[in-house]
Design a protein around this ligand. Structure first.
Ligand SMILES: O=C(O)C(=O)C[C@H](O)[C@H](O)CO
Length: 319
């Protein structure tokens, strides 16, 4: 009997950001938080009632323990291979309005996670879960992780675990051509694909409006479900050859980082609860809107808050 419904695998970095909109060059302080797409998704799902486990390989150092400790504080289980070699990844986030724009600088070379092999991980955790999730960031990190991603998706399939994958193209990690080649090889092992309309166009070369993108992806690759995200314009879900449109909820944005992960974690949690695709999309959009009001990578939301946004469109004043 599985104790976890959702297992995610990937890198979580320490995120260092100067206060307000200060420049990295002369900042005297950094706020430190943990952030990574796959752990962000696990936390969002857990907040919505889905027991979730994040798997990774982490250096046995104060920085590694700091990252894992923070994830545990969010209530998810962590299943970590502790390593005496390799670094803890970090990223620097310099926040700014236009025209400077927010900038992310990665420092994630030679990390412990980039050496993680499937045989080091407990594949039964994945096989016993109901959903296994990772993103396109993981295979972008090393050739070892390319193989590991494929092996974990295979193990999930063998165990009858649904596989979910966020395409999450990161141009600072690899080229569109490399990403296309790797990801399309992974596609046959994926049941539920989440992809930004922008990535479907620029990396995969698909054309058309988001409804057409969802339909083309779904039928060309035999996914069970495809969700095409469109940022502030909402999302499109494709399932059983039917397309569902979900607008975004209005939000006063404090931080966009992690919005997509909040959306995906919530979508997975609601599907596991038995919701149909249109209902799960509504909850996902509500969770994403709430995340945008919260600093940091993580959607520290409650089920009640998400319900209220779905019910009231977020207009309600709580008193
Ligand atoms: O960009 C990445 O690799 C990250 O995982 C950092 C952030 O947590 C992620 O982008 C948020 O979705």
């Amino acid at each position: 009997m599985s104790e976890t419904d959702l297992v995610t695998f990937g890198e979580t970095m320490l995120r260092l950001s100067p206060p307000d909109q200060e420049r990295l060059e002369d900042a005297r302080e950094f706020e430190v938080r943990a952030g990574g797409a796959e752990s962000n998704v696990a936390i969002a799902a857990q907040r919505l009632g889905t027991p979730a486990t994040w798997m990774s390989k982490v250096p046995e150092t104060p920085l590694g323990r700091r990252a894992v400790g923070e994830l545990r504080q969010h209530g998810i289980d962590t299943e970590v291979v502790w390593s005496h070699r390799g670094r803890q990844g970090t990223y620097y986030l310099e926040r700014a309005g236009e025209p400077r724009g927010t900038n992310v600088i990665y420092d994630r070379e030679n990390t412990a996670v980039s050496t993680a092999k499937a045989r080091e991980l407990d594949l039964n955790t994945i096989k016993d879960a109901r959903v296994f999730f990772t993103t396109g960031i993981t295979p972008a990190l090393s050739s070892t992780l390319r193989d590991t991603t494929a092996s974990l998706l295979k193990a999930a399939r063998e165990g009858g675990t649904t596989t979910a994958f966020d395409f999450n193209y990161r141009r600072k990690l690899w080229s569109p051509e490399e990403a296309e080649e790797t990801m399309t090889h992974l596609f046959p092992g994926i049941d539920v694909l989440v992809i930004a309309a922008r990535d479907a166009r620029t990396v995969l070369g698909f054309e058309g409006d988001p409804r057409q993108l969802a339909h083309k992806l779904g039928s060309q690759y035999e996914f069970e479900t495809v969700v095409v995200t469109r940022g502030s314009e909402g999302a499109i879900g494709w399932h059983d050859s039917v397309v569902h449109e979900q607008p975004a909820y209005d939000t006063d944005t404090v931080s966009r980082i992690g919005t997509g992960d909040a959306f995906t974690g919530s979508f997975i949690a609601r599907r596991l609860e038995g919701d149909d695709v249109p209902t799960a999309l509504e909850y996902a959009a509500a969770t994403a809107a709430l995340k945008r009001t919260i600093p940091g990578d993580v959607a520290r939301v409650t089920e009640e808050e998400v319900e209220a946004v779905v019910r009231e469109g977020g207009e309600e004043l709580s008193r």
